[in-house]
Design a protein around this ligand. Sequence first.
Ligand code: ADP
Length: 584
Amino acid sequence: MHILVVNCGSSSLKASIVDAVSGQAISASTIERIGETVPNHAAAIDAALATLVGDGVEIRGVGHRVVHGGEFFSRPTVIDDAVVEKIEALTPLAPLHNPANAQGIRAARAALPHLTHVAVFDTAFHSTLPNRAKHYALPEKLAKKHGIRRYGFHGPSHGYVANLAAEFLEAKLQDLRVITCHLGNGASVAAVEYGRSVETSMGLTPLEGLVMGTRSGDLDPGALLFLAREEGLDIDGIDHLLNRESGLKGLSGVSNDMRDIEERAAEGDRDCRMALNVFAHRLRKYIGAYAAVMGGVDAIVFTAGIGENSALLRHRAAQRLDFLGARLDPDANRDARVGPDAPVAEISTRRSRCSLLVVATNEAHAIARGTADILLEKDKVDTQRTIPLAISARHVHLTQEAVEVLFGVGHALTVYKEISQPGQFACVEKVDLIGPKRTIEGVRVLGPTRPACQIEISRTDEFHLGMDAPIRNSGDVANSPGITLQGPAGRLTLTEGVIQARRHIHMHPDDAAYFGVQDRDVVEVEVDGGGRDLIFGDVLVRVKSSYVLEMHLDTDEANAANVMRGQQGLLSATGRDVRLRRKG
Ligand code: ADP
């Protein structure tokens, strides 16, 4: 299967036709200096296609490299207008890359409208980072407002080389703890624990972490303040300094290219020696840290321009790792050569518990494979679009009469926060649920008021309260158990109304038409990517023109599938998607 792989930067375009199975590039084209050589991205795409397409090679799909997927994307995604808009909406997080990626996508979709286009995200592989690794120690509110957290980059490469390493070691990636060091012009390290990225050195942007060609990597944030005060640098000045003038280039004073630096260091240039030392020291520090994060390491992988070619840097980074069980074989290291035909070379001794490997990365292959996987799945079922997943924590719907009993005569519910389903809102008001056994305090009321009271709780809540509630569709409360509600102004005992909400998907009629389902159909849904993949059966489809496409799970269900927990009493989007399945 041949895939056109497009990597569109702000002023350049790399395109190649890649065999998704072998990874071999059939043909490739690079257009530099867009704006000068050709007027714009659309013209660049046309020019690239003119040289690539022809000779009877059938292209099955187009894979686009997209740098930032933010909270939206955790896997390769079929591109439609909404996806392009989301990519553009992430511009503040990747101001140089995402607009260029989106422009490339628009141009390619216009030029090849009959093909399926797939976005493959640099960040997606790291969507499995646990919260403790994702969070910066900033005020949580601010971080949330702007999506400031660790995202990680080079995902296709880290995933690709980790898989090749596992294959080489004749093991399953799920059984290994691997540290992957992608050392190119941009450089990052990832801790891949049993198949999932759990730490990585790049963060909100690709500026954090290792020393790179022209980027500083880690720096005391106080240094920025210092530079602003003492050097009078403004935002653009700092941006330029850290992204373009630092790293190997800044340290060496001569070049961002490791080959030049190695050459001059060998000739005795002190700054170049220092550049090598700082680069290698930083890398060793990360390797040690990531071994600690995973409680051990089974393989350390070196890849990309420097990782694949610089025996010196590998030697510097991997020496004295005996305490991790990693023993470098200096001869094997010196002689290691990797390429398309032999993509993996082992550079550790036979006694080494932890394998040291050089692996040839191939990002275009990774993108082609991600694209091909989606196309094959798409051929299998026509239900490829994913469905956003929201967690519905325990909550209470009230009648106006009940509101007045609990909160006072004439009281009207107050909006705390709109929720995703139009017209619905979480209220400021909360009530206590008093069960036969125990009480649950502070349960959020959802507005607007309804013709009947309804209390939606999870199975765990039922055990806690000491009751047994049926699984019901919303609105169907006949013969369900009652409960006592306590509000600030009074207490209300209901004779019925407590249910476990049946898991369901809200759909607009257009969505139903897309998925080929109807109101009240019962479907299966697959949740994956959290390390506790789960297929939910008995999922009810509810179609209404006022609904927004979304699946609702309760907290027990979400926890079982390891979906990030929502806030209490709210219907909270999780940033995760699910997939509709054909039954049987
Ligand atoms: P990117 O794709 O991020 O632009 P690459 O993966 O091509 O970068 O890596 C570029 C880096 O690899 C450069 O610093 C280059 O000097 C280095 N590199 C390539 N070949 C060698 C070599 N033989 N020895 C040392 N460094 C090398």
